[in-house]
Design a protein around this ligand. Structure first.
Ligand code: FES
Length: 98
């Protein structure tokens, strides 16, 4: 059976369920939740960063593209580049603009 981890939000949004392994940014966009971006998920702009308040361990580890972005953009360990991140279990997230 396909697992459907829940993405919940710190601020006033209903949680959504997505198939395990979903791309985080795409899953949010598919649910009509806006995600800041100027590179459309190509891993260049670093605008799609989300703050992960719960379930950090339920995300794929940082890939090469995210690690390269990290060299130019100071992110905390709780911030993930959503277009480069896969959802593997339940998480809770936030951005400054939601
Ligand atoms: S959308 Fe540009 S780096 Fe993720």
């Amino acid at each position: 059976m396909l697992m459907m981890p829940q993405i919940s939000f710190v601020k006033n949004k209903a949680p959504i369920e997505v198939p395990t392994g979903s791309n985080l940014m795409q899953a949010l966009l598919d649910a009509n939740i806006p995600v800041a971006s100027s590179c459309h998920g190509d891993g260049v702009c670093c605008k799609c960063v989300v703050l992960v308040s719960k379930g950090l361990e339920n995300l794929s580890s940082r890939n090469k593209i995210e690690l390269e972005l990290l060299e130019r953009n100071p992110l905390t360990f709780q911030q993930r580049v959503s277009c480069q991140t896969l959802v593997l279990g339940p998480i809770e997230i936030d951005t400054g603009y939601w």
